[in-house]
Ligand binder design. Structure first.
Ligand SMILES: Cc1cc2nc3c(=O)[nH]c(=O)nc-3n(C[C@H](O)[C@H](O)[C@H](O)COP(=O)(O)OP(=O)(O)OC[C@H]3O[C@@H](n4cnc5c(N)ncnc54)[C@H](O)[C@@H]3O)c2cc1C
Length: 413
């Protein structure tokens, strides 16, 4: 299907859009400013109380969506979803962005955890976890990265040892977004130190309220404590919460990471071109030749990303599995970097202000500062480039000495 044909919305999609909009309008307030929803950039209250309120509101909103059949647009109907396509998901996201629906705390669960459980879970795991994700009961976090294992995730040293019907977990994780309010976490731990590093990892569904889990928030430059260090001391996880089989965690993690890259690549910052144009008008810089040129580049980037998205979807439909999620993630990284610089440049000296003194309560400064979340989280730009060079361009990979030796014998980070 050509890109042009794909852009034309079918009658069925138009109908879907209209019913999504009608539902949203009858349950949620409209967003007051163009295109700023779906992000926390507009919020500058960094207090714990504000965050707690936000989490509770998010749970309530998720429940409203679930009760009315709008949660999990692409989830199969057997798991409580609508069983619709990614096109429907995109239309839904476009409509939802016009309303104050704060369901962002569920994005890890709905876009990463749920699909991974569907792909690798036992019938019991699916039956227990999936409905609780959709209805807003369980918020999830990701417990993958460690102080010595980020880009080289397979170098992780958190260990899991079987003791009867339970695994005992010891180790430390870091950069765990939302772990301080999560109910469950997807956890990678080493179950065999005597095999090569990718082969001795298992994937667990960990109860974040279990004894022995200590979550310590880390404060970011924006003043928010979005992510955490997580310490695990003799934490007991039922063997029934092992996902995808013993020592098969690397394959399961790949499923999650690919969903994560698609989520980040498909989401961007939530800010549309119109919002940037409105800022340029507000600062009266639209007659400036350099600004006009930057605006044109900015618009081009938005369009290229949109088209890249169409190509990824068209390929996915044909069953062509490429490295699109890495390409998309890299393109979004480039965009947020350029947009971050541009929105501050437009403001001149006023760009130095923050919080209430700044334009829109410091939202643009947050946009600038948040760019590194997108550029690093879910795999850095350099790592995405490695994936693209090897899997798309067919270039030779680095010489690796760590693929065959037992993990125990490798030098540790
Ligand atoms: C906002 C945010 C949210 C996050 N949320 C989570 C979360 O919820 N759960 C979780 O588990 N983790 C999370 N992370 C962690 C994230 O996955 C890691 O930060 C990321 O994988 C990079 O690892 P690192 O920070 O250890 O950097 P390192 O791996 O130490 O990399 C340092 C630098 O070296 C470069 N580099 C490393 N290896 C190579 C290579 N082979 N080739 C070229 N360059 C290389 C990197 O690109 C980078 O510039 C989050 C990170 C951010 C920023």
């Amino acid at each position: 299907m050509s890109l042009v044909a794909e852009q034309e919305e079918s009658d069925e999609l138009k109908e879907f859009r209209a019913s999504a909009r009608a539902f949203l309008a009858s349950h949620f307030k409209a967003v007051p400013t163009v295109g700023i929803s779906g992000t926390t950039l507009g919020d500058t209250d960094t207090s714990k109380e504000a965050e707690d309120r936000h989490v509770e509101e998010s749970r309530a909103h998720q429940k409203i969506l679930a009760d009315n059949g709008w949660a999990g647009i692409t989830w199969p109907t057997e798991y409580g979803g609508r069983g619709l396509t990614t096109k429907h998901q995109r239309v839904w996201a476009q409509e939802q962005s016009k309303f104050l629906v704060t369901t962002g705390f569920f994005s890890v669960a709905i876009q990463m955890v749920g699909p991974t459980i569907m792909a690798h879970g036992t019938p019991e795991q699916k039956e227990y976890f999936l409905p609780r994700i959709l209805c807003g009961e369980h918020i999830w976090c990701q417990l993958f990265s460690e102080p010595g294992a980020g880009s080289d995730l397979a170098g992780l040293t958190t260990r899991a040892e079987l003791d009867g019907e339970e695994y005992i977990i010891n180790g430390q994780k870091v950069w765990n977004s939302g772990a301080h309010f999560a109910d469950f976490g997807i956890l990678l731990a080493r179950t065999d130190f005597d095999v090569p590093k990718h082969k001795g990892i298992s994937y667990f569904l960990a109860d974040m309220h279990a004894p022995g889990i200590e979550v310590r928030p880390l404060m970011q430059i924006t003043g928010f404590s979005h992510f955490n260090e997580t310490f695990m001391t003799d934490v007991r996880i039922p063997a029934a919460h092992l996902l995808g089989g013993l020592n098969n965690g690397w394959a399961v993690a790949h499923t999650t990471l690919s969903f994560e890259r698609s989520m980040i690549g498909g989401g961007g910052t939530g800010l549309g071109f119109k919002a940037l144009l409105a800022l340029a008008r507000e600062f009266n810089v639209t007659n400036d030749a350099c600004t006009r040129q930057e605006l044109a580049k900015c618009y081009t980037r938005f369009e290229l990303l949109r088209m890249l998205g169409l190509r990824a979807r068209a390929n996915a439909k044909k069953g062509i599995a490429g490295a699109e999620s890495s390409v998309m993630k890299l393109a979004v990284s480039n965009r947020v970097q350029a947009d971050g610089d541009f929105v501050l440049a437009m403001q001149g000296p006023r760009a130095m202000l923050h919080y209430d003194d700044a334009q829109d309560g410091g939202m643009w400064q947050n946009l600038f500062l948040n760019q590194w979340s997108i550029r690093i989280g879910g795999g850095t730009e350099q790592v995405q480039r490695n994936i693209i060079s090897e899997r798309v361009l067919g270039l030779p990979s680095d010489i690796r000495t760590d693929k065959t030796a037992p993990f125990r014998d490798l030098p540790k980070n």
